[in-house]
Design a protein around this ligand. Structure first.
Ligand SMILES: [Zn+2]
Length: 486
């Protein structure tokens, strides 16, 4: 997230990410000014401590200072623009006769107060109003061209509403009247820009400019954060294990340079291999000397105290100033929850995909893991009971799902009931003869009579298994199952 444009109030991008309280970086290359990048700031100079603290910064997680966050650190906004068009079908030539709907409340009509709380007198939403899923964002009414009076007339007095259809709460930022293409008809198109506040929450992603990205895992209050001898509390805590394998030495140097720059009050040049002074010619020496001149440790380490116990930490902590960016990957766009929900009609399994209310797949590797744990009942719960559990008729004799079929009872004039709910195997039965007792006979849907095939039972199987059976049958492969004796 950053500052994507200058004239934000004149833009109608479908989606735009913006950071609200950005700063210019302390550490920057000379081209920064040449390109005018201060017009497009994209991050914050954060005090970063490299320490394993409370365990919440394990792996690539990072701890945020809750009070920094409350002062605006990393506060972001998403702007979304939606277009609402009353003219549904494409009309070749627009004239007053083709106008069927107009924005605004139906003149003389009755509208409930609850339906217009977020709307102004013109039927358009009020700027700044908070809208939630299902809220009315615009009122319109149907009209007809009346040649006698030469105007558009509303006859029914009924007001209809355009609704806000996103699940996330938003504020109305701007409303635009787009107008008609030819200019000879009244306005039937509006565009609404929504503003969605995105204050940093646990699960949101941040990064330094060295690709050291991490997810916020906890927001500790300042009182619980470690502090230095001068009382400095870090904005961000990251784990030291993020460095050895990635070898982002540049981030250490930026931390030194940022700290020295902040102490002396100037912007630092981040160009590598050009540092020289009386005492040395490496970046570390250059910035180390600056730190020393400001009365700080040459290497950027400082003794720190635990914010929880108040005691000094056993090791000195590497702490400095690093420019941190907020990335656009946020939990609010990614979290998934499902209990029961939509299923795939072909397989009977839950659908996939966050937007469709689907589940997260228990894949092959998860399956392997459950097998390795010996938790086969959990495995069956995931793969059968919570997925495509079905009951199916199967023939014990021939072991087939497909040869079973419900019987059709002969029409009984006394009970007037057709069909007995009895299932028989068509493959294991033979045609009934004239001497077959009526009690042993069963009838299929075509009026043919059969005997036997009654060794059938119900088994619980996954729905896809039956689907596989059908697909294989279509290729001339029959599947048989050994169900065992009753
Ligand atoms: Zn059979």
């Amino acid at each position: 997230m950053g500052t994507p444009a200058t004239a934000l109030s004149h833009r109608t991008d479908n989606k735009m990410y913006r950071i609200q309280s950005p700063q210019t970086p302390v550490v920057r290359p000379p081209k920064h000014n040449e390109y005018g990048l201060d017009n497009f700031p994209q991050g914050t100079n954060a005090v970063v401590a490299v320490i394993s603290y409370t365990g919440y910064d394990m792996d690539d997680a990072m701890i945020l200072n809750k009070n920094s966050h409350e002062r605006g650190f990393g506060y972001g906004t998403i702007y979304k623009t939606k277009k609402y068009d009353l003219q549904e079908e494409a009309v070749k030539v627009r004239s007053m006769r083709t106008v069927k709907k107009l924005y605004g409340f139906a003149p003389g009509g009755y509208v409930k107060a609850a339906q217009r709380v977020k709307l102004d007198e013109d039927g358009l939403p009020m700027i700044g109003a908070l809208v939630q899923y299902g809220d009315n964002v615009a009122a319109y009414h149907e009209v007809e061209w009346d040649p006698a009076s030469n105007e558009l007339r509303n006859k029914d007095g009924i007001t209809h509403f355009q609704k806000y259809k996103d699940n996330e709460d938003a504020h109305i930022e701007e409303v635009r009247l787009i107008g008609a293409e030819e200019g000879n008809t009244p306005n039937t198109i509006i565009s609404i820009k929504y503003r969605i506040p995105r204050s940093p929450v646990i699960g949101d992603k941040f990064s330094s400019r060295h690709g050291q990205k991490g997810v916020c895992s906890q927001k500790w209050p300042t009182k619980d954060m470690p502090f230095s001898e001068s009382g400095i509390v870090p904005d961000v805590i990251i784990n030291p294990h993020a460095f050895p394998s990635r070898m982002t030495i540049g981030m250490f140097v930026e931390s030194l340079a940022g700290k020295a720059g902040a102490l002396h009050g100037f912007a630092q040049d981040s160009t590598p291999w050009k540092f020289e002074d009386k005492k040395g010619n490496t970046a570390v020496e250059f910035f180390g000397n600056q730190l020393q001149a400001a009365g700080y440790n040459y290497y950027g380490n400082e003794p720190m105290y635990s914010g929880i116990t108040g005691t000094e930490l056993a090791a000195d902590i590497y702490i400095g100033v690093v420019y941190y960016q907020r990335l656009r990957h946020m939990v609010n766009d990614k979290f998934q929850v499902r209990t029961t929900g939509p299923i795939n009609s072909m397989t009977g399994q839950p659908v996939k995909g966050r937007s469709k209310g689907g589940g997260i797949r228990v894949g092959e590797m998860e399956r392997d893991s459950l097998i390795a744990h010996g938790t086969s009942f959990l495995l069956r719960d995931r793969l059968m009971n919570c997925s495509d559990y079905t009951k199916a008729w199967i023939c014990r004799t021939c072991g087939s799902f497909l040869s079973t079929q419900p019987t059709v009872g002969a029409y009984d004039s006394k009970s007037r009931q057709a069909g007995t709910g009895i299932v028989r195997c068509r493959k294991c039965s033979t045609r009934a003869q004239s001497w077959t007792p009526k009690s042993e006979m069963w009838e299929d849907g075509q009026g043919q009579k059969w005997v036997a095939g009654d060794n059938v039972t119900v088994v619980a199987v996954p729905g896809v298994l039956k689907y596989l059976d059908v697909e294989l049958a279509a290729m001339g492969i029959s599947m048989t199952y050994d169900v065992g004796e009753a």
